[in-house]
Design a protein around this ligand. Structure first.
Ligand code: SF4
Length: 264
């Protein structure tokens, strides 16, 4: 693809300067081309990294180091230990589209005077069929669900869209890759969140502040140390990490202040 016909790529290449980190990938200019490697490997010698082709990046991006499928390519679990050389701008675009599909176009769109952003209520209002129920979450419930789904544990895209009572992500919180509208994973998670809210026979439980703190600590441990084989996209699993994060969001409002800051 000629860069002259691709203003998004041309603008991105200008923004690179000598080097730029896009989410978890460091892109560095090398002559007329570019070297890509994991941002954790910036200090590694080229010889110590596995050399892979642009075409091989797709397989790299599809699975975690443990072999689990990555439903969101901007998840912070891109494998490290490799380097890839793109001979020119067109190869750079091909490489980035394997690692972060749509990222360059979205980055460029976000620079426009009126970025094409679709907010949560507008997005769910046009859903039909099984996803119609996603509009049933209250503003507070939608905020909890979105914060859980888009947490930096799970996605490094910077959310520019909003919901009532929920501001967009700060530039410093996430990566350069913008999120312009809710993704398929979020939509599915919203559906699950509604189904959870609709469950009947909810037990009523009274917890002491210390017990809430213990539950929060347990959730944090489970999120920090996920079991082997955990499938991120399996929302039917009670220990799905986004479900744990959502429960954490809900409990957070009941946490004693000293416990949330780690002080007694
Ligand atoms: S909706 Fe959330 S989880 Fe999905 S891509 Fe955007 S920021 Fe990431």
């Amino acid at each position: 693809m000629a860069i002259v016909n691709n203003p998004a790529l041309a603008a991105f290449c200008t923004a690179i300067g000598s080097e730029l980190v896009l989410s978890q990938v460091r892109v560095r200019r090398e002559g007329a081309g570019f070297e890509l490697r994991h941002a954790n490997d910036v200090a590694a010698t080229p010889q110590s990294l596995r050399s892979i082709s642009v075409a091989e990046l797709r397989a790299l991006a599809n699975h975690t180091a443990a072999g689990e499928f990555r439903p969101i390519k901007a998840a912070p679990n891109l494998r490290a230990g490799w380097r890839c050389v793109a001979a020119n701008e067109a190869e750079l675009e091909a490489a980035l589209s394997q690692l972060y599909p749509g990222a360059v176009a979205d980055w460029f769109a976000a620079q426009q005077p009126v970025p094409p952003i679709t907010h949560y209520r507008d997005y769910t209002a046009r859903q039909t069929g099984m996803y119609r129920i996603t509009r049933m979450l209250t503003d507070a419930q939608a905020g909890q669900m979105i914060r859980a789904c888009c947490d930096t544990r799970f996605c490094l895209k910077r959310r520019l869209w909003t919901a009532p009572d929920l501001a967009p992500d700060e530039a410093t919180e996430k990566s350069l890759i913008p999120c312009l509208e809710p993704c398929a994973v979020l939509l599915e998670f919203a559906r699950k969140a509604v189904r959870i809210e609709q469950e009947e026979n909810k037990p009523t439980l009274t917890l002491a502040p210390s017990e809430v703190a213990s539950l929060l600590a347990s959730l944090e441990t489970a999120l920090e140390h996920p079991p082997a084989g955990q499938r991120e996209a399996d929302l039917s699993a009670a220990d799905n990490p986004r479900r744990l994060q959502l429960l954490r969001e809900k409990l957070q409002g009941f946490a004693p202040v000293a416990e949330t800051t780690g002080k007694e």
